[in-house]
Write a protein that binds this ligand. Structure first.
Ligand code: SF4
Ligand code: SF4
Length: 316
């Protein structure tokens, strides 16, 4: 496993970051012990970095994994949508208590969309800076699917870490192209920000070309670590193999191919209907103002997902 300094944050992380969203109640909904087993496999293979968030509901899985795999020096990053001082204080305290830790390595403003959003979250950021002064948080940052927010955070002295969305096809970037995002990331890295990216496989759409898609991100020198959602030990093993630029073994590939996949439409769907128009198999329809998939018709081609500006559609 390759390890990198996360910019000037003073934190050393593995090239792969375990994305904890996938195991949790909003996606695969594994039991805590099943989820802990997947995390422990990642730790065994040298991953020392876990990405989570208040809304993922995965603190109990991480806590259990830290108990099941004692002695590991794990870097944990979390985030919250809070925009007030008190709201962020509550969310950091909740993270500490549910993780069973007295500090958290990285805490971020979740899903920042623009300069305006950053401005609106200033009180929450002020709380994070005070928590950093007290040693409760080691580094503060933002996560974003937007070029504008990444570029704006690059200019903010007080931001240590940026968690931007980038992948080979630019799937999920809400306000620009893949090239625009690459430029914003480069600017941020040059300013000393730690960069750990998200969605290298475009929410599952690039699974058929996973090795290439992973390497496309991994070869970018401005990206210090790549968060990738993992829901099984086979996925952990495959991701680690790709990060080491080798194909996973036959046994891992065969376990992966047997893993049941499905289309997930998140509940923040805005009901715009773009995905319905795109699906030539008529596998999506609108129900109660939200998109709804018919698993009997869906062939998991992923075409609908590339139409969704809200990044609601994933293959898990
Ligand atoms: S993944 Fe393909 S088949 Fe399934 S709903 Fe989307 S466009 Fe239709
Ligand atoms: S494209 Fe996205 S936001 Fe629009 S209806 Fe489909 S899932 Fe909902």
């Amino acid at each position: 496993m390759e390890y990198n300094e996360l910019g000037h944050a003073g934190i050393r992380v593995s090239k792969i970051c375990f994305g904890a969203l996938t195991i949790g109640p909003t996606q695969r909904n594994l039991s805590v012990s099943e989820g802990s087993r997947v995390i422990c496999r990642a730790l065994e293979l040298g991953i020392n970095f876990i990405d989570t968030a208040k809304t993922y509901g995965t603190y109990p899985y991480i806590r259990q994994a830290l108990l099941d795999y004692p002695g590991s020096q794990v870097v944990i990053a979390s985030k919250s949508h809070a925009y007030t001082w008190d709201g962020m204080e509550n969310d950091v305290q909740e993270a500490l208590s549910q993780l069973g830790r007295d500090f958290i390595d990285i805490f971020m403003l979740h899903e920042q969309e623009s300069r305006l959003t950053l401005k609106g979250h200033r009180p929450a950021l002020e709380y994070l800076l005070s928590a950093k002064d007290k040693g409760i948080v080691r580094a503060v940052g933002i996560s974003s699917h937007a070029v504008e927010a990444v570029a704006a955070a690059a200019e903010m002295e007080e931001i240590d870490v940026i968690h931007p969305l980038i992948n080979k096809q630019g799937v999920g970037i809400i306000d620009g192209t893949r090239e625009d995002m690459l430029k914003a990331i480069e600017k941020a890295a040059k300013k000393g920000k730690g960069i750990y990216s998200m969605k290298p496989l475009g929410g599952g759409l690039l699974i058929p070309e996973a090795r290439d898609a992973f390497n496309w991100v991994a070869n970018n020198p401005n990206i210090h670590s790549i968060a990738i959602g993992m829901q099984s030990e086979a996925e952990v093993e495959a991701n680690v193999a790709w990060s080491e630029n080798r194909e996973p073994g036959f046994e891992v590939r065969s376990r992966l191919s047997r893993y049941p996949r499905r289309l997930l439409i998140s509940d923040w769907c805005q009901g715009c209907g773009a995905c319905v128009k795109r699906c030539s198999l008529k596998a999506i329809k609108m129900v109660g103002g939200k998109a709804c998939v018919d698993p009997g018709k869906c062939v998991l081609c992923g075409y609908c997902a590339s139409e969704c500006r809200e990044f609601c559609i994933k293959i898990i």
